[in-house]
Design a protein around this ligand. Structure first.
Ligand SMILES: [Zn+2]
Length: 298
């Protein structure tokens, strides 16, 4: 075969394979939870990385989303991850049993990572939660589960995961904003609390950079969701005030119809949106209370 002919042939294969690849990108999802980040305070803080996911119609958003009626981390994270409220998932507080599972948890109310594993065990799922008890919900079928002593540790482990593995669905939880709220007050006028939100934003920037630096990024269709489990009032949360129950929902990616969402959002929508993006048929038997939000109509 002449060399020019073989070049032509390999060129033709190259064109064909890149067309095939661009026709079917691999859906992937990253859910970022910032514990105790009050919606109005996020808007006051200087957060260029989170802003890049929604401002100027970069993504879909609501800043008056509502969390579980129990504004405590155990129940509220369970609601976000399962798409089912505490009335049914049964977690009422942060207490765990001797297996590290929240007391009261109804295992039928699976997290979206577990449902993804049920749908396709080949998917690589990961939960990186600074606050370890969240991983108690994941059972054994979530491929990578880790906790961390600091936000930096969670950030670095997430970046490492994106660099060295091929994750399909990731949940991360950053805990220091809530810590700052408990110590110094959840308040838009409190510099310490606002600064903690800005630090979380910088970590998120590193993680987003790692997503976009993946060699296969062009063949991937990432949905990034950012939300929180609850707000706060004075130095605590757990009550029913607007400051505690109002949260934000941000969704960004090629599958998202950008702009402010026309309907109200609840944190249970996070799980439903992630599952819909990943092509998992929602079984009515699951009785999900959340709905997919912001995805373009197919
Ligand atoms: Zn707290």
């Amino acid at each position: 075969m002449s060399s020019s002919f073989s070049k032509l042939i390999s060129g033709a294969f190259f064109v064909c394979s890149s067309l095939l690849v661009s026709a079917a990108p691999t859906n992937k999802v990253l859910v970022i939870g910032i514990d105790g980040a009050r919606s109005d305070c996020l808007l006051v803080a200087n957060t260029p990385n989170i802003d890049s996911l929604w401002r100027n119609a970069a993504g879909a958003y609501r800043f008056d989303a509502i969390t579980d009626k129990i504004t405590v981390s155990g129940p509220a994270w369970t609601t976000m991850l399962s798409g089912i409220s505490s009335d049914r998932h049964g977690v009422k507080g942060n207490k765990q049993d001797d297996k590290g599972v929240f007391v009261g948890y109804q295992p039928a109310c699976k997290t979206f990572l577990n449902r993804l594993e049920d749908f396709n065990p080949q998917l690589y799922t990961a939960s990186l939660s600074q606050w370890a008890p969240i991983n108690g919900l994941m059972g054994e079928n979530v491929d990578y589960q880790t906790s961390g002593k600091s936000e930096v540790e969670i950030r670095d482990k997430t970046v490492e995961l994106l660099k060295t593995k091929n994750p399909d669905a990731i949940f991360i939880q950053l805990d220091d904003v809530d810590g700052a709220g408990h110590k110094s007050g959840y308040d838009p006028g409190n510099d310490t609390y606002i600064k903690a939100i800005e630090t979380a934003d910088a970590h998120i920037g590193e993680i987003l950079k790692a997503v976009r630096a993946r060699p296969t990024y062009q063949e991937e269709n990432w949905l990034v969701i950012v939300s929180t489990d609850h707000g706060g009032r004075k130095k605590s949360h757990g009550g029913n005030s607007n400051e505690e129950k109002t949260v934000f929902f941000i969704a960004n990616g090629p599958s998202i119809q950008p702009g402010e969402l026309s309907q109200g959002v609840i944190t249970a929508d996070v799980a439903a949106t992630a599952l819909a993006h990943m092509g998992v048929p929602i079984d009515p038997e699951w009785k999900l209370e959340g709905k997919a939000r912001g995805l373009k109509q197919k």
